[in-house]
Design a protein around this ligand. Structure first.
Ligand SMILES: Cc1ncc(COP(=O)(O)O)c(C=O)c1O
Length: 374
């Protein structure tokens, strides 16, 4: 029987063979008894939790299956996932990166990896001509987010995979905002997918985690696996368990985030005090056609530009009652954030608010925005 993703998500773990528990136990033991034979251990043998742990193995298997990859690694955060990839590159490698991205990754590249000999060129990935012009013979990796955080721009993943591969580079896609429910970068040609599990995957604002998924087990995948296990930035059993629990309801949560967000986007797009709404599945988005082609549904993340500039945007945040003024996205609670105030080295517009639509009733969220905009 071919099971659909929602069914697989619920049944992927199966009952615990030792106890019959349908919810898998959290294995906190850091060390595992093994037979001393004097021979090398089988790679799947449990020895020490930094190397592998049952909760991590289960989460990684589900993530690999969900993204259509050959191998997955669960690490301490989305930022740690990117850090590990950069550490696995070699001095002299060139990276071609989206010019809009979670700012922390740009800080990693500029502050820490440039002095180590990784050179990065930034380009608008929604402009394929610019991507073609910027890629070089020594480009090892092309990295992009689609949609981007915080400008909510899209990149044509299949087209950029083609450009990367023609030039001997690999393509890494950060699928955090889109989620694997809506977008399958590996099926579109990406070689590596990275996600912050902190957002939609765990989904309840209570887990920090990250994942790296490889389309195939190549040399870079092997280096990353060694770095994760030897370096030790692995996700704890508790957080693996929480992220795996989140995956069981991911498809339904993302559908609700998406439906709510579209209603909010439609309300805001018509409001006279809002200059612009950037939500890929709203027809006003300049890449609406690409959104429909590349993502089956939207997520809950959008950005809005408030008329009246920086102070008007900040005042709006402070008049809201249901939306929490907080960073992050992808969880149950609706959050709103003035990005320019918290991003380092930013060119984000001063009147931009990033909005994460949660799982509240959309009519309540719209009523809150309505009163705050009066
Ligand atoms: C698109 C994207 N990727 C990666 C990260 C980093 O994830 P984490 O906060 O889990 O380190 C973030 C964080 O906000 C993000 O928005």
């Amino acid at each position: 029987m071919t099971l659909r993703p929602e069914t697989r998500a619920v049944h992927s773990a199966g009952a615990d063979p030792a106890s019959g528990a349908i919810v898998p136990p959290i294995v906190l033991s850091t060390t595992f008894e093994y037979e001393t034979t004097g021979e090398d251990h089988h790679p799947d043998q449990l020895i020490y939790t930094r190397w592998q742990n049952p909760n991590r193995a289960a989460l990684e298997a589900t993530l690999a299956q969900l993204e259509g990859g050959a191998a997955a690694h669960a690490v301490t955060s989305g930022s740690a996932a990117m850090l590990t990839i950069f550490q696995a590159l070699r001095p002299g490698d060139h990276i071609l990166s989206s010019d809009d991205m979670y700012f922390g990754i740009r800080v990693q590249l500029n502050e820490f990896f440039a002095p180590w000999g990784l050179e990065t060129t930034y380009v608008d990935m929604s402009d394929l001509k610019a991507v073609r012009a910027a890629i070089r013979p020594d480009t090892k990796l092309v990295i992009l987010e689609s949609p981007t955080n915080p400008l909510i721009r899209l990149a044509d993943i299949a087209a950029i995979a083609g450009i990367a591969h023609e030039n001997g580079a690999s393509l890494l896609v950060d699928n955090t905002v889109a989620t694997p429910v809506a977008q399958s970068p590996i099926a579109l040609g990406a070689d590596i997918v990275v996600m912050s599990l902190t957002k939609y995957i765990a989904g309840h604002h209570d887990v920090l985690g990250g994942a790296i998924i490889f389309a195939r087990e190549d040399e870079l995948a092997e280096r990353v696996m060694r770095l994760v296990r030897i370096g030790g930035g692995v996700l704890s059993p508790m957080n693996c368990w929480l992220a795996a629990r989140g995956l069981q309801s991911l498809a339904y949560r993302v559908r609700a985030h998406s439906e709510n967000a579209l209603q909010v986007a439609c309300f805001l797009a018509e409001h006279p005090k809002i200059e612009r709404v950037d939500y890929p599945h709203h027809p006003s988005h300049p890449q609406y056609d690409l959104a429909l082609r590349q993502m089956s549904i939207g997520s809950g993340l959008m950005s809005i530009l408030v008329k009246g500039g920086r102070q008007a945007a900040i005042d709006l945040v402070n008049r809201l009652k249901l939306f929490t003024s907080a960073t992050s996205f992808g969880g149950t609670h609706s959050l709103i954030e003035h990005r320019e105030s918290i991003e380092e080295g930013t060119s984000t517009p001063a009147n931009l608010l990033r909005v994460s639509i949660g799982l509240e009733h959309p009519a309540d969220l719209i009523a809150d925005l309505q009163q705050a905009l009066e």
